[in-house]
Design a protein around this ligand. Structure first.
Ligand SMILES: Nc1ncnc2c1ncn2[C@@H]1O[C@H](COP(=O)(O)OP(=O)(O)OP(=O)(O)O)[C@@H](O)[C@H]1O
Length: 413
């Protein structure tokens, strides 16, 4: 019989909390520092520096372009907040920053209301057109000698849904409002530049004056981003370094991933929850793999894509699973994997492919997202490639691969 003490001890163990600030893992949280986006913040500062001189007259425009999860929103928000502070404290200039999400506010009217709300301007909710609201906003800024930077996030939604007159009004604001000082400047945020370049010149030239590109994150960059989040959100030493290596290698753009920091952070967060649920005091590689297979929407696609693989690619995958199982390790050296592959191919009466071909297979499997590779660091003689599975070692996957091998062998016979 299980003793009451054991039950209590079990339940205490399973309630170990390793995440101390869950909110710091939320997608809306903007940290004080954004590793690898410092240069972008400086570039934004350069675009708006004239506002600090106090006699700025122009409406500045800049386009931020980058795929999803490349830190556009977080960077622009952090810039806006810091720029407001620095303007007031160091230059005695009043700058207000307002962030509008055009997916939620996709008409000119809703955008004008959102800006008025952020400025705490009492505007009657009915009776005024968007154009009139913009005039009121401008007059308010003029009276108080304020410059306004409006970030229009997910601007593509506005371009796709608003009519030409509305787009024209928004971007050519000062053709409609006569002003000595043009107090409203814009940051347009889009996922791809085509949505802007396809526009008529009369509109485009008022948007695309400057462009700042946000490339997808490389694995080293994701590693630093995750490390910083771990320090903020988790208890000390609660996350194994292998977890960070695994997540950053899975999503790093240079490793065939999508370079998306949001998914990387989500995976880290879920791995933490899984570890907590399992009562582990530390987040381990296996937790990260489980989290990855839950979050990564491509997992099903990956499993489906197995049916398109060559017989020898499948054998190589099976060899990887076998050697991982045997060694109870998470990764194997390229040499060990190749030996296992050669012997497995012979078991199936197949002539093993040559080394260069095996390398090519590995590259393909990595692009599909089923395996990870990395160069060994210290502690191994010379540099060698280490190979691991990016999915949890699951019997169903193993069975499925075996089944595919049999199908392929039969069709050859
Ligand atoms: N350099 C970074 N350092 C720390 N956290 C980052 C960094 N870049 C992105 N993040 C985090 O990743 C998540 C996604 O970033 P963000 O929302 O800014 O991306 P985005 O490019 O605006 O994506 P989308 O186009 O989908 O809106 C956020 O939680 C953000 O805080």
């Amino acid at each position: 019989m299980v003793s009451a003490k054991d039950i209590l001890s079990d339940s205490l163990r399973s309630s170990v909390l390793i995440i101390k600030h869950k909110d710091k893992l939320s997608p809306d949280y903007v940290p004080e520092n954004l590793p690898h986006r410092e240069e972008k913040i400086k570039e934004l500062g350069f675009v708006f520096r004239d506002l600090l001189a106090g006699d700025a007259k122009d409406s500045e425009r800049v386009v931020i372009v980058g795929r999803t999860g490349t830190g556009k929103t977080a960077t622009v928000r952090l810039f806006g907040k810091n720029f407001e502070d620095i303007a007031e404290r160091e230059y005695g200039v009043k700058v207000k920053y307002v962030h509008v999400n055009c997916y939620r506010h996709r008409t000119l009217y809703l955008i004008s209301q959102e800006i008025a709300n952020a400025l705490k301007l009492p505007i009657p909710s009915r009776g005024l057109s968007a154009q009139e609201v913009f005039k009121i906003i401008h007059e308010y800024l003029d009276r108080r000698n304020i410059h306004l930077i409006v970030a229009l996030d997910e601007f593509g939604h506005f371009l796709n849904t608003a009519n030409t007159e509305e787009i024209y009004f928004l971007v050519r604001l000062y053709d409609e409002i006569s002003a000595i000082i043009k107090r409203i400047s814009y940051i347009f945020i889009v996922n791809e530049s085509h949505s802007i370049y396809k526009l008529d010149r009369s509109i485009r030239d008022h948007i695309a004056r400057r462009l700042i590109e946000f490339p997808p994150y490389r694995s080293m960059e994701l590693y630093d981003i995750l490390k910083y989040r771990v320090d903020e959100a988790f208890n000390d030493n609660a996350v194994d370094d292998e977890v960070l290596q695994f997540i950053s290698n899975t999503y790093g753009y240079d490793k065939g991933g999508n370079g998306n920091a949001r998914i990387a952070i989500e995976t880290l967060s879920l791995a933490g929850e899984i570890a907590e649920k399992e009562g582990s005091p530390v987040v381990l590689l296996d937790h990260a793999k489980k989290a990855n297979s839950t979050i990564n929407p491509e997992i099903q696609e990956i499993v489906d894509s197995l049916s398109y693989l060559d017989l020898h690619q499948l054998i190589l995958l099976k060899a990887l699973i076998r050697v991982l199982n045997k060694s109870k390790a998470d990764e194997v050296t390229m040499g060990t994997l190749e030996e296992e592959y050669i012997s497995l191919a012979r078991e199936f009466n197949e002539e093993p492919r040559r080394h260069t071909q095996v390398y090519e297979y590995l590259r393909k499997l990595k692009v599909i997202g089923i395996i990870n590779t990395r160069q060994s660091g210290k502690g191994m003689r010379g540099r060698t490639t280490l190979v691991s599975l990016s999915l949890p070692l699951d019997k169903r996957l193993d069975d499925y691969i075996m089944q595919q091998i049999v199908v392929r062998l039969k069709s050859k016979a």
